[in-house]
Each structure stands twice: as C-alpha cells, then as structure tokens.
Design a protein around this ligand. Structure first.
Ligand code: UT7
Length: 342
C-alpha cells in the first residue's frame, strides 16, 4: 500500500502566545569516503563497458571503494564524528543514533550501537532499512523523535559498502555504485510553526512493495551460502523515478505552502545524472542550484544524500536560512522527500 507520513508540528504546552513548536535543527554535517578511487577506465578492464557509456548513461566518472578496514560501522563513525565536530557538539549531546544501511557488517548488533561505542555516546540506537531512500526515512524518524521529546540530539547516518554485494561480473550493476558514509546531527530547537522556521519543515515517506522485484538483493547476511548481489531492472526503475520523485517534491512544497521558487537547493539521491536533471528541470531549478556528486561518488545508496550535503557544505555553498529539498527513490520501491531550512 502507498503510505504517507506527513509531519504535523506539535505545539509546546504552557507557553504564552504565539506558541512555539519543536523543530529539528540541522546543526552539523559530515562525510567519509574510502581512500581508494576506482575510475570507469579501471572497470572497463574488468567488464565489457566503457567510460563513454557510463558517463553518457549515468554521469558517473569514478567511485570510492572501501578497503577491508573501511567497514560500514567504521565509515559511519567517521562521518558521525565529522558531523558532531561541525556542529560543535560532544558525544554526550547525542541521545539517539539512526543508521540507514542495507550493508551492515553484522546482522546484529546494529551499526548504530557500534558507532555509539566508538564515539562514547549514551542513549539508544538502531539501523533502518529502506535502501536508497534510507536517509530520508531515517531523517523522518529522527525528526519525529525530537518533536515528540524522546530525544534532543540525534545522529542520522547513511552508510553503505555496496562493493561487498555487487556482482563484479555484471556490467549492468557493478559500474553504478560506490561506498561511503554521510551524517547529520539534528538538535532540538524552537520555531513558530511557519515555513520560515529553521530545521526540518516536513518529511514525506512512501513505499510500494508490489514493485519489490524491480531492485533487490538476492540473498542476506543471514545466508552464509548466499550473501546476495544487487539485481536491478534499471530501465523500469528509471521509468518510475522521475515521475514519483516529481510527485513527492510537489507534495512537500504543497504541504508547506511553498512554491518551486522558494527552493534554494535540491539535494537529490545520486543514482543517475539524467534522473537528477529531470527532477531539477521539472522544478525549474537552474543546474547550479542542484547539488551533484554522482560524478565523483557514484550511487552510494543511503549515504548519497548526506554525502552530497557534506560536499556542498564543505564547498561553502550553503547559507543559514536557505531552503534545502532532498528526495530519494530506491529498492522497495521506497521513496520520499525532506524539506529543511538551514
Ligand atoms: O538508486 C536506486 C535507484 N536506482 C536508479 O535510480 C537507477 C535507475 N536506472 C538507471 O539509472 C539506468 O536505467 C541505468 C544506468 C541502470 C541503465 O541505463 P539505460 O539507459 O536505462 O540502459 P539500458 O538498461 O536500457 O541498457 C541499454 C544497453 C543495453 O544493451 P542492448 O540491450 O540495448 O543491446 C545494455 O545491455 O546498454 C547495455 N549496458 C551497458 N553497456 C555498456 C548496460 N550496462 C552497460 C554497461 N556498459 N555498464
């Protein structure tokens, strides 16, 4: 069933008018990319492909591939540390850790609690599985935790090592993905409830399980005979992507009484430059307002949006008060959006 999570904003009780609402402020952003870079030319030595095909069809020029020490938890912790440092926050400020991943190192304990131990945080933590939409889902859950009062500081991390679940002989998938981790630190703040507030303004989540066989892994961590490989009907996923993403973007704007002209940055899931351009064009956004990292990072699944946020932040492109629209679609199918004012 198509599901929708809209996020009405609770009022803080006991305040004098105008009542304030709890907002999840994006306080810090960080990323980690594996040291090893693999170019298209290098892949063309392993499978029947070419730099020209990969660039023309996807926009990808290179990807980072994790070394043995660069586990999912290691990269997640590195990104989390960077996000906390960016926020000027301490591990003691973290009440909860959510890691969106489809490639954890172990079935359990979760990547989140490994990160908790590494950083020396308290509170609680768990992993979340929504494939390439994982970061949007995790951001939505984190925002709900903050707005309900269950947590005041939440690390939201996307971390993936798809290189471990790729069939390196399958040219239709192995050229598309990369490894890495990105993180944001959300801190409870206050707002008036208006779209001019800083923080997460809304998240919208969707899933359509009947389309599960379009993009999946044919195994699991629990199956030692078959950890599984990514299988994708790329053409079908592509066909749905621009339509569903454009719909969810329109939904996010309408829910906040905003228009396309209000968006300062589109930070999309980085799967394919043609999909990114398609959504950007439908929004009427000039290319310089769309953050693109797919050329450098390839598709890092749940890590792609926070890594793109980290890249744009590091390049000094973001300014306080700007409106950032994020959207993603992935296996499930799952898809969704988040509107955040910096
Ligand atoms: O992140 C989760 C969501 N995922 C996505 O959003 C991915 C969506 N899909 C896509 O990005 C694109 O569909 C792909 C990049 C995966 C494929 O691009 P396409 O333009 O849809 O190509 P295609 O699958 O229609 O294949 C065209 C041709 C085929 O050959 P024939 O049948 O026309 O002879 C493929 O076998 O390209 C061939 N091909 C390749 N050729 C060289 C497929 N992969 C490769 C390759 N190198 N790596």
């Amino acid at each position: 069933m198509d599901s929708l999570v809209d996020t009405p904003t609770p009022r803080i009780a006991g305040t004098t008018a105008p009542a304030l609402v709890v907002r999840s402020i994006l306080a810090g952003i960080g990323g980690y990319l594996p040291e090893r870079v693999v170019t298209n030319a290098e892949l063309a030595e392993r499978v029947d492909t070419s730099d020209a095909w990969i660039v023309e069809r996807t926009g990808i020029r290179q990807r980072h591939i994790a070394g043995l020490h660069e586990t999912c938890a290691f990269m997640a912790a590195m990104a989390a540390r960077a996000a906390l440092a960016d926020a000027g926050a301490e591990p003691s400020d973290v009440d909860a850790i959510i890691v969106a991943t489809a490639t954890p190192d172990q079935a359990f304990p979760s990547t989140a609690v490994r990160v908790q131990a590494e950083l020396g945080c308290k509170g609680f933590g768990f992993d979340l599985s929504a494939a390439c939409s994982g970061f949007i889902y995790a951001l939505s859950v984190a925002d709900s935790l903050i707005r309900s009062g269950a947590a005041r500081g939440v690390l939201v991390i996307g971390a993936e090592v798809y290189s471990r679940i790729l069939d390196w002989t399958d040219r239709t998938t192995c050229v598309l993905f990369g490894d890495g981790a990105g993180a944001v630190f959300l801190r409870a703040g206050e707002g008036s409830g208006a779209a001019s507030d800083r923080g997460v303004l809304s998240t919208h989540l969707h899933a359509q399980g009947t389309m599960g066989d379009m993009l999946y892994v044919d195994g699991a961590v629990g199956r030692h005979d078959r950890p599984g490989h990514v299988i994708m009907n790329g053409r079908e996923v592509f066909r749905h992507a621009v339509t569903l993403l454009s719909e969810t973007v329109a939904e996010a704007l309408a829910a906040n009484g905003l228009t396309q002209a209000d968006i300062d940055w589109l930070v999309p899931h980085q799967a394919n430059l043609r999909i990114i351009d398609g959504v950007g064009r439908k929004l009427g956004l000039p290319p310089e307002r769309v953050v693109v990292t797919v050329d450098r990072h390839a598709n890092t699944s749940a890590a792609s949006i926070p890594l793109a946020l980290a890249a744009a932040h590091e390049e000094g492109r973001f300014a306080p008060g700007q409106l950032v629209l994020m959207e993603a679609l992935g296996g499930g199918l799952t898809w969704g959006s988040a509107l955040v004012r910096l």
